[in-house]
Design a protein around this ligand. Sequence first.
Ligand code: C5P
Length: 400
Amino acid sequence: MGKPKVVLGVSGGIAAYKACELLRRLTESGHEVRVVPTAAALKFVGAPTWAALSGHPVSDEVWSDVYDVPHVRIGQSADLVVVAPATADLLAKAAHGLADDLLTNTLLTARCPVLFAPAMHTEMWEHPATQENVATLRRRGALVIEPAVGRLTGVDTGKGRLPDPGEIFEVCRRVVARGVDEPDLAGRHVVISAGGTREPLDPVRFLGNRSSGKQGYALARTAAARGARVTLLAANAELPDPAGVDVIRVGTAVQLREAVLKAAPEADALVMAAAVADFRPATYAGGKIKKQDGREPEPVALVRNPDILAEISAERARPGQVVVGFAAETDDVLTNGRAKLARKGCDLLVVNEVGERKTFGSEENEALVLGADGSETPVPYGPKEALADTVWDLVVARFG
Ligand code: C5P
């Protein structure tokens, strides 16, 4: 099998320089990349840069090498077209089927997955014209990832920033690997919890756990790559924000519960991958607890935290909402898992066997996914994103 063929479309925004990094990541990971900039993009980054980094000639118009019919061939032979950055103007042209340069022609001839990573000022992104164009493109099966919030050109900050090129690359890699044309979570809003809660004891100490957040982040990345609107409730995870994902940071179980309850009414699916502390210190010492000469420390009294998963499973914020829990077990995975599924009342329970090299902090995972309908789906040892994709497959099947 030859290298996957990627067309990198670049339109005319200042973030065009970040596409150089995306291009480098794509070529270094074994993709054959053809860069198709617009004339405006070439004002930001010149053709020699794109040609040198891609190893291919670069043109923005349809009049070079006409005998090769590039305006048709480039799109026809691609396995993925990614436009990063996609300006408001480019999105408008794509939504209306205009074809006045090589990139817009390529978009009309491509029959592979098409991914847009918009970047522009907040006002332009929020304008109804842009929003309607984005909705049109999504309805036709394109993957349009939400811009990030942060520093924009000049002194402005807000929504409209191009996500980190490394994270856009992750989306590209997943779309190419899956080889699926239609994003099957398009139009769905999913809420995922990730990481581990920390329950403060005093200003410098907390009760925590060893969850790294990697499984929850893998769920968020894969959901975004499958077209979902994703809200990630991240509890103390030190990982980069996935592209197109709305990340809300929380600390404690009580804060996580508030964030879950706030997000739940709009969620088609809730996946609770976070490790939530069952107990928290009964009191919080406003100052650091000091050791005292000749005296034993006071015991730490604990109180129970709310069980968020059980609560949202019992009272669904939306009819038909799918709720997924996670459980780490050390032994008798099937019996303990079935009992927990019944106790929590969720639709699916992903049961991990905790052991050496498994689960906490590792890149790999192995699990048994139990369904309230009696189903059992074993997921063999492999990358956390493979488990994430299985979870989404099972969730999609339950959407009906
Ligand atoms: O009961 P246990 O902690 O094993 O259950 C794990 C599942 O329940 C996870 O999905 C976790 O996010 C969720 N959970 C919760 N609230 C708690 C404890 C666990 O939502 N207080």
